[in-house]
Write a new protein. Sequence first.
Length: 346
Amino acid sequence: MLETTKHQTQQQTTESVINTDALKSGACQSDVEAGIVNRWSVDEIVALFELPFSDLMHQAQTIHRANFDPNAVQVSTLLSIKTGGCSEDCGYCPQAARYHTEVENEPLMKLDDVLAAAQEAKDNGASRFCMGAAWRGPKQRDLEPVLKMIQEVKAMGLETCATLGMLKEGQAEQLKEAGLDYYNHNLDTAPEFYGDVITTRTYQDRLDTLGRVRNADIHVCSGGIIGMGESRNQRAGLLAQLANMEQPPESVPINLLTQVEGTPLHGTEELDPIEFVRTIAAARITMPNSFVRLSAGRQSMHEGIQALCFLAGANSIFYGEKLLTTGNPEAATDKKLFAKLGINKI
Ligand code: SAM
Ligand code: DTB
Ligand code: SF4
């Protein structure tokens, strides 16, 4: 009897997923015309999280294979071009001036040093180079040297990405003109949990920056951080925000919180790794055409969990021994892992 009930519940869950698929393919035309493109409700995404693990993985892998080469993973290398001393209060971030961490402030890097790092990333097999700055947002005098960096990195034959904080009117267009392919700006978490983590900029500020990036015809890279003490509902809420965008981000970084001493979120209860894999799978299912990036947190992640993330549909990583200020696996370690799993780099 118990088995029958369980089976029925599973069937209902699967049906609700299929109904959502119908909605996605345009069944609800009037909503689409009105600009309301709620492809996924939070409850539907929670239902994905609640599936038996094998069923969830099967769905994610099926969707992944229908849209991507399942054995290809895109690799981006990060460089912090301006480190520390940031005015914002993001509770996870070692670069916020107000928290006492071991990060040493460094001014904007010189062009030649950035280009040397980009060359090294290219020689190591990265296809995209992402430049990050610890700013609330760039002032015009900050932006100009960064535009030059973008032009030169692009001329080296690398894809370019930048993450510089909030953009003002007109700045995205200047970045586009310089040759920027992707702009990273994360929503970080669900709207309901956001105020527990950041108070110096609003959720709407972030959406506005993403709108400017999209309008300037730059690819959007936007995701969040998991393991900050948010609930499962809130993990689903973050994915709903991303998946329901008029055009979901081309790239969705899913970061596992890297806990840094001195930040308010240091000491947060560690997330169960299987819940992290479930988050990746739910991101894959809800954003079937986006690259889902297994981002921060890999250094402390067993390779078995990383393999499960790739199976769940992650198809992008940060590659190189440093993220912005914290560690990432050595390139040689990742090469061995890719060889073991038969993964090819994009
Ligand atoms: N200052 C810019 C901004 O915040 O938009 C760009 C750089 S900021 C460091 C880029 C992203 O890195 C953040 O939005 C956050 O999602 C992620 N991040 C920062 N610290 C992290 C940590 N300790 N663990 C995981 N992700 C982190
Ligand atoms: C993203 O989502 N993760 C990257 C990138 N975008 C800029 C940053 C992770 C930062 C981890 C903490 C650090 O190294 O400072
Ligand atoms: Fe500053 Fe970005 Fe860190 Fe927030 S995440 S404190 S904006 S560097």
